[in-house]
Structure formats: structure tokens, C-alpha cells
Design a protein around this ligand. Sequence first.
Ligand code: MN
Length: 390
Amino acid sequence: MKDPLLISDVPSAWEGLSDQEAAAVLGEYAPAHRARTGRRGVMAADPLSDYNAKRRFDRTPEPAGREQAERPPSAGRFVVQEHHATALHWDVRLEHEGTLPSWAVPKGLPRHPSRNHLAVRTEDHPIEYLDFEGHIPGGEYGGGSMHLWDRGTYEVEEWGERKVKVVLHGQRVRGRYAFFATGGRGGRDWMVHRMDPPEGPWTDRPDDLVVVEPSIGSLPVRGDWLVEPWWPGCRVLVAVEGGRPAGPTPDLAELRHLAEGFGSTEVLLDGVLVAAGPDGRPDPPAVERRLGAKGAAARRLAASSPLQLVVLDLVWHDGASLLDLPLHERRRRLEEVLPPGPVAAPTLQADLAAAPTLLAAAAQQGLPGVVVKPLGSRYGPAAGWITVQA
Ligand code: MN
């Protein structure tokens, strides 16, 4: 059912998405229907025929599309669904003349007017889809889980064949957005632009940051400290935007998997990439081998002995810089935003009284020692973190 796809056709807007991801979202493509505005009294061909033709309703829980007897003008409801299909995307659907004209937005609606996001015009969906969430079986069109990300009402400022301007009033997304066609493939390539300033104050993600390195020392005798295992591996900054690695993040399959778990939450994390050896103990040379591997060797290692990211710190979150917050506050927020999943392991923490025990345990586990951090420390070169060898 899917058209063969030429990746060379992919617009430059796919920047940041892999070829496989681009192809997966393009698989959800349908020729855009001619806008039916200004044609009162003239019924176009069934606007849901593409929708129905792509689906087997004995296999998918999605509603079948039935033509509405009436086609009211925009009734003003919208929905955004987070769709974990082959490639994560957010489906934005606007109630209009009896159906839901839809766009698949791989990175979600932009929160800032400086970043336009690709929005692939997909087939109109039936009104019943305003409430749909569920699991579409693998192998079916759009297979994967879909859940309601936001719902609300909207106003139309402009509705044309190549440009749609709306004001969204949702629980999570509010503001003026413009969808505009960019040319390619019969009007299927669109972009979405936020016309309002970001909601609330917004600080850009600091992508030029350098990870804070502890100095070697000995256990402090007093004060409020956080004590955590010293994970031997590769310290990295990991940025997530639109459910995908961004900015300074190393290009690793393991991190793409981690990033999807964050959904639309944008973060900049400080962490350490670790690998377990055959005995289950940390294996720093395995980290080096994995990071140095390319192509087929990298894919093999990612499958056979994937790296794990131990997340140590949260330094930026949804437009807020946390650099100047005390460590204990950053850690509290980190625990709130970490998605469940096997990749991001929150670190064990303890206070100074437990440090000698933890130091002995670290040695038994094959770890080089512990790291102690002042609970009030800001993120930066003067953080005063200390590694203590076992
Ligand atoms: Mn979708």
C-alpha cells in the first residue's frame, strides 16, 4: 500500500531525522485533499476515501470513516496525538467541514517562533478520531501506540489551500500557529510556525556547555553532600528535542531510543555512557569499542552490548536553565522528568554518613570509587565535585 519512497525527495526540513525515520513518516503520506472552502453546496469526492483505503478495520481499533451528512464549517475542536509509530511524531488534527484535516509533525508543534517544524499533510481523518487513542497492531498502517497529547478548541484566522492559520486553546498548547505548504509533492510538504512568542520565559538550550569534571580528593568530613557511585565510562551531554537527540548529543542508537521516551519534554542531561562486561561489571574498554565502531559494527554492538546512559544531572528543561539551581533541586527535577525505561538509570544517592559503606561496596562491584558533590552546588567549573578512589 505504501508508495516507494525516494529519500532524495526528502526536503531539507528533514534535517536531524535519519533516512529511516523520514521514510517512516513519509509512509503515512497521502495526497492532500483540495481545500473545500468557498465551495458551498458543491460536495467534493468522499474526503475520507484515502483514510478508509489505508486501513483494515477488522484489524485496527481505529474508527471507520463515514461521510457526515452535514458538513458544518469549522466546529472548532482540535486534537494532538502522540504517535509512537516506526518514527515518533505528533498528529495535529483540526475539525473542519466534517472531517479532521491532519498533519504529522515529527518534532511536535514548535514552542518558539524561531524554529519551524516540518508538518507532513496526511489524509483527512474522521471526526471520531478526536477521541481516539490505542494501540494499532504492528504491520498495520500507522502501527504503534497512539495517545491523546492535547485537546481543545481553536479559532481559524485563515484557511486556504496552502496556508492555515489558527489559534489553539489546549491544555498543553496555546497560541497562534501557521501551517504553510512549502512546495514539494503535490502540496504534501508543509511547515508549522508558531506566530506567538513562547509561553512564559524561555532560555535557549546551552549547547556549548562543558561537562563538569570532579577533581580527585578524599572524603570530606562535614557538610551536606550527595554521594554517588563513580561510573567509569564516557561523560556526555545529551539533549532531547521532539523525542529525538539534538545539539551536542553523540549519534548513538541507544540514545535515540532513550530520547523517544521523553516525548515532547525537552531536556539537556549530563550523564555517563557505561557498558557492562561479561561478568556484569563496568567495562570501560567496551565503551571505547562501541564509540569507535561505525556502520555494521556499530549496529552489531548496539544490539549485542548496548551502552547505558546513567543520568547524573539535569541542566536545562523546557526553556528553563537550571545551571544556577542547587544540585538537590536539579536532582529532584531530574527524577520528575526521567521516563521509565531501561536506558536511563537514576543514580544511587546517599549522604556523607553512608560514604564509607558505599566506598567499600563500590570496590566490591568493580567500580573505581565514589563521587561526592555539595548538595548546594551550581552546575559549573566551581561545583566542587570530588572523586574518591576506593
Ligand atoms: Mn500518525
